[in-house]
Design a protein around this ligand. Structure first.
Ligand SMILES: O=C(O)CC1=CCC(=O)O1
Length: 93
């Protein structure tokens, strides 16, 4: 199941380098294992748009709530369905 996840980061002022390093490590592990398919910066905002490919909504919730930045983010999740006009490989579906 694919989900579009929009994350807006609201960090208080300060040095968050250790937290951001943990966030990067966590997200790159999920990108490498294929569950975090896309990660894009929203131009001009401290926000991202991501595509997750996971088995269940519960799994998505577990992954997203485990993000080190989770307490500092507003997160919006949209479930995605196949578009009948999309040209996509079987693997992408
Ligand atoms: O910088 C962000 O958009 C927050 C974030 C999510 C995954 C990551 O590595 O950073």
């Amino acid at each position: 199941m694919r989900f579009m996840v929009e994350m807006t980061v609201n960090l208080p002022p300060g040095d968050h380098s250790a937290l951001l390093a943990r966030e990067r490590e966590y997200s790159q592990r999920l990108q490498r294992d294929g569950r975090w398919e896309h990660l894009w910066r929203v131009a001009g905002r401290y926000a991202n748009v991501s595509i997750f490919n996971v088995g269940t909504p519960d799994e998505l919730h577990e992954l997203v709530s485990g993000l080190p930045l989770f307490p500092y983010m507003d997160i919006r999740v949209t479930a995605l369905a196949a578009h009948p006009s999309a040209i996509a490989t079987e693997e992408e579906r």
